[in-house]
Design a protein around this ligand. Structure first.
Ligand code: PMT
Length: 225
């Protein structure tokens, strides 16, 4: 819609899990379905944004055909796709649950069952939001997510600063209607300058609207500078 501050803006969204191969048969991953990021993609597109959705493995897809989906599997692939799209984007929203580590030497053949213990050596994946946060210009707006198994306030504030986000959206696995796979979420917003604010339980598309309202307010602030 022409009245939206997102109209004709380029928006990059990362979403879903990543998969890191152990061998041709097995992988390390997590429970992300992609729902939160897909909801953001559909609502940003409805507000007139050009949306690129870098989406890890999931069968779910946005309903708006205008969303450009870039399917990826691993964190390294997600990094490459996000880095390319980031150069042209006004807004980047990092919803993906990226595997922090990957097997260092994935086996080319299926690993056979032998000893009682099997040791996997893992190596760190790139921090996508962190690396793009270093390249961020004053005109670009970055939104992060933080998933914690506790209240996680300090951790969210730490990520807000270290990854150079404009604001971060904390969801906690302590909240029964929040997080992975559900159609609802409950979050706390942190922006560094105002008091943190916890939302009620909302449908993921309602929460996506709230997040994008905050993005629009940020766009108006940066454009007024
Ligand atoms: O997909 P759903 O089933 O709908 O579930 C939604 C969700 C729970 C996955 C989502 O709401 C969410 O919380 N996503 C972030 C999960 C996460 O990995 O958080 P984190 O605290 O580990 O990471 C902090 C931020 O850095 C995130 O914005 C993450 O995308 C980003 N990150 C993390 C690691 C990494 N290597 N690269 C990154 O870009």
């Amino acid at each position: 819609s022409p009245s939206s501050s997102l109209n004709e803006k380029s928006v990059l969204i990362t979403a879903g899990p990543t998969r890191e191969a152990i061998d041709p048969v097995r992988y390390i991953s997590n429970h992300s379905s992609g729902k939160m990021g897909i909801a953001l993609a559909d609502i940003a597109a409805a507000r007139g944004a050009r949306v690129t959705l870098v989406l890890g493995p999931t069968n779910l897809r946005p309903s708006d055909p205008a969303v450009q989906v870039m399917p990826v599997t691993t964190a390294l692939e997600m990094y490459e796709a996000a880095e390319t799209a980031h150069a042209q984007s006004d807004v980047a929203i990092f919803t993906a649950a990226v595997a922090d580590y990957r097997p260092e030497n994935p086996s080319l053949a299926k690993i056979k069952k032998k000893e009682a213990h099997l040791h996997l050596s893992l190596i760190k994946n790139p921090d996508i939001a962190g690396a793009l946060g270093k390249k961020k210009t004053t005109r670009q707006i970055h939104v992060g997510f933080a998933l914690e198994t506790d209240e996680g306030y300090r951790s969210a504030e730490g990520k807000l600063a270290s990854k150079n986000f404009d604001f971060i959206v904390l969801n906690s696995l302590l909240d029964p209607e929040a997080g992975f796979q559900k159609d609802t979420n409950q979050v706390t917003f942190f922006s560094g300058n105002e008091k943190s604010e916890k939302t009620p339980v909302l449908k993921k598309d309602e929460l996506a609207s709230l997040i994008l309202d905050r993005v629009e307010a940020r766009i108006r602030e940066t454009e007024a500078d």
